[in-house]
Design a protein around this ligand. Structure first.
Ligand code: G3P
Length: 225
């Protein structure tokens, strides 16, 4: 499964990129607005931190298909080959998708809440669809089941489109979308940290450190070689 950071916060992205095997970053207008920074400088800085080899998903804000395409072209010129334009599912977005495909621009259909939205976006040319797991759970609509249904539909119809599960609040949601075959998930740095944390691990490491110190004091492995 691919892991992406869902953030526009440069400190978080720098931290996540340094310590975790991330495949890219996703942003959206809400995350960008929170940073209160010059938009162009912010997305350039994100690209600078993660480098050109990782995916960067940035949302278009235009409403008409032709304008969405124009924004995506500008973003692509700026952010390179591994840029994906996020487009909320809707008629103008669906109209824009084949045009973007023609130009070789990556597409992520976002704000997905049903498997049919995902299936139609995939048919229109989306490379990724982003179902909102926690927001579905909040309305007792079972976000993981929606992800599972989308994965199954893409498999049945052999569609060249991946699920980029989004909107997570806990590790259980993340784990369950991994089990149903989500191709990727975009999460906060806090959730990445929570996903690797375990008190038994801490206690195991404390035991190793104690035993080592009893035998070798403060010498490290390198000191003894
Ligand atoms: O990027 C969109 C998605 O991650 C939304 O997440 O936490 O606002 O529901 P959230």
């Amino acid at each position: 499964m691919k892991y992406l950071i869902d953030s526009a916060n440069l400190e978080d992205i720098r931290y996540g990129n340094e310590f975790y095997p991330i495949d890219g970053v996703t942003t959206n207008p809400s995350l960008v607005s929170k940073e209160k920074k010059d938009f162009a400088e912010l997305i350039d800085a994100i690209r600078g931190i993660i480098g050109n080899g990782k995916m960067l998903h940035v949302q278009a804000t235009a409403k008409k298909a032709e304008d969405i395409v124009a924004e995506a072209q500008l973003l692509r010129e700026r952010l390179g080959e591994k840029f994906y334009v996020k487009i909320p599912i809707g008629e103008e977005g669906l109209k824009a998708m084949p045009m973007l495909k023609e130009k070789g621009i990556g597409i992520t259909a976002t704000a997905i809440f049903t498997p049919q939205q995902a299936l139609i976006a995939a048919k229109a040319g989306a490379d990724f669809v982003a179902p909102y797991v926690n927001r579905l759970d909040n309305i007792t609509a079972d976000g993981v089941q929606v992800v599972a249904d989308i994965v199954e539909l893409f498999d049945i119809y052999q569609l060249d489109c991946q699920v980029l599960a989004a909107s997570f609040k806990n590790v259980e949601q993340l784990h369950r979308v991994a089990l149903v075959g989500a191709h990727s998930a975009t999460i906060s740095v806090d959730l990445l940290k929570a996903a690797i944390a375990h008190p038994m691990t801490d206690s195991a490491v404390e035991g190793f450190d104690r035993d080592w110190a009893a035998a070798y004091g403060d010498k490290t492995v390198a000191d003894l070689l």
